[in-house]
Design a binder for this molecule. Structure first.
Ligand SMILES: *Cc1c(COP(=O)(O)O)cnc(C)c1O
Length: 491
């Protein structure tokens, strides 16, 4: 580039603002045949004064603007995305093809049941599959996200206790829990009570036993937990909570470690939510859409949101509207059906054997990667074996060089990868939470490990590079605190 001179900067999205900045009065992206019917005036009560302020652009401007934006993005179709707890696996394109079939894509939610038997059968079969995978009796497919699944599950918990005339107000969650857990507990009208993790990174069972009494509505747990570790004393934990009449809620946002191997229902859980957009491969991030189905044991079925799909003796399917004890709706119509079609495709593409292989490879990949980087980034709990993800720490590097996990993450961007999650879980200093998923090859894992090791070498030899990073991304360091607090929802 230097020999032949820098390219003349083409008009692109970066630095050029929004599509409105490309607007030129009178430009149009359409060409319609001349009007051959009489023009009808808009009734005055519907007419607006002035122009709506839409961008006036040609088709080519539109295409280049949005293609340019897409090219600035980093996604699973461009590279590995080891964002811990997010399960950013490659999403097979066949699921997109199935979801785009006109029979699914052009459904109207108000069509009579008799005209949508195929779609209802798909929802019914997906529900059966998710119940089989989690060990639950029935499930609602309505919630549009994991966090909404949590809220649904907690409302079910509340309905269950209230039905027994009990006003239980406390829900116990481990201190390593995903941030949505305490938020959902509060939203559902409960008080969130943290239980501490012990030195192994597992729930401190002794501390838990001292906390429980009849004011406890239940416990929310992820297993393997947010540190990627399996709660070995899950039977004891379940007995402790059930012993005081509480319920066990399983945050199954990510089932990648247990698919086909063990089931929350068999561990003693009563309620489970699943993020189909994580485990069952739907592109996600940036806020949706997703699906967070919630499965429950037989005793909780009457409280499920409605409608759910029922299969009649003659093999036909219908939507059953809720009974008196149902908590009501969690979403308009039937949830994000397009996402559920993708989940169905994924489940039946793999079959039982394939799903079991998914969890095997997810754990193998995470453990292999953890070993490749442990000299520079040791595991936060080195005596424990992680499962589908691991939590390492940049603390030794920081103590030696002053370079923090955040600087490493930014350097990794310049080295061509999406970084891992950093500073979560909160209980680990300089946490780096890495989840490679099963879809990455050995070669890709090795190049990512090399990027992390390179970042560590740079931290020791030329730390200023890390403090400046990223220099190759469309945007440099963002003020993340301000971005989260000072929301600007319009331009
Ligand atoms: C992602 C995640 C959630 C939240 O799911 P959303 O679909 O983003 O609302 C909840 N719990 C855990 C453990 C997660 O990883």
């Amino acid at each position: 580039m230097t020999a032949i001179g820098a390219p003349i900067r083409r008009q692109g999205p970066s630095g050029d603002g929004t599509i409105l900045d490309r607007s030129v009065a009178g430009r149009r992206a359409w060409s319609l045949a001349p009007l051959d019917v009489p023009e009808a005036p808009i009734a005055s009560e519907h007419a607006r004064a002035g122009r709506p302020g839409l961008p006036e652009v040609a088709e080519v401007d539109l295409v280049r603007h949005y293609t340019g934006l897409a090219q600035m993005n980093y996604g699973l179709d461009t590279g590995m995305y080891p964002l811990g707890s997010c399960t950013m696996k490659y999403n097979p394109k066949v699921a997109e093809t199935v979801a785009a079939l006109p029979g699914f894509q052009r459904l109207h939610p108000l069509q009579p049941d008799t005209t949508v038997q195929g779609a209802l059968e798909l929802l019914w079969r997906l529900e059966r599959a998710l119940c089989e995978i989690t060990g639950m009796a029935r499930a609602t497919l309505q919630p549009p996200a994991g966090a909404c699944g949590e809220m649904t599950g907690l409302l079910l918990m509340r309905a269950y206790h209230e039905d027994r005339g009990e006003q239980r107000r406390r829900v116990i969650i481990p201190d390593s829990a995903h941030g949505t857990n305490p938020a959902s507990v509060r939203l559902a009208g409960f008080e969130a009570v943290p239980v501490r993790s012990d030195a192994r990174g597992l729930v401190d069972v002794g501390a838990l036993a001292k906390m429980v009494d009849e004011s406890v509505a239940g416990l929310m747990l992820t297993n393997p937990n947010t540190l990627g570790l399996f709660e070995e004393e899950i039977d004891e934990i379940a007995a402790t909570i059930h012993g005081v009449g509480g319920l066990l809620y399983y945050d199954g946002a990510n089932l990648n470690a247990i698919l086909g191997r063990c089931r929350p229902g068999d561990m003693g859980f009563d309620i489970v939510h699943i993020n189909t957009h994580k485990t069952f491969a739907t592109p996600h991030g940036g806020g949706g859409p997703g699906a967070g189905p919630v499965g429950v044991n037989a005793g909780l079925v009457p409280y499920l949101p409605a409608p759910i799909v029922q299969k009649a003796g003659d093999g036909t399917f219908s939507l059953e509207h809720g009974g008196e004890r149902s908590i009501g709706r969690m979403h308009g119509f039937h949830g994000n059906v397009g996402i559920l079609v993708r989940a169905y495709s994924y489940v039946f593409l793999h079959g039982a054997d394939g799903l079991k292989e998914v969890s095997e490879l997810a754990a193998l990949n995470a453990n292999y990667l953890a070993r490749l980087v442990k000299t520079d980034f040791p595991l936060a709990h080195p005596d424990m074996r992680p499962m589908h993800e691991f939590v390492a720490t940049a603390k030794p590097l920081r103590d030696a060089t002053g370079i923090k996990a955040m600087d490493v993450a930014k350097r990794v961007i310049d080295l061509g990868f999406h970084p891992s999650t950093v500073y979560f879980p909160l209980v680990v200093e300089e946490a780096m939470m890495v989840e490679p998923t099963e879809t990455e090859s050995k070669a890709t894992l090795e190049s990512f490990a090399e990027a992390l090791r390179q970042a560590a070498r740079d931290a020791r030899e030329r730390p200023e590079i890390l403090r400046e990073a990223p220099v190759t991304a469309p945007v440099r360091r963002l003020d993340e605190a301000r971005a989260a607090r000072a929301l600007k929802l319009r331009w």
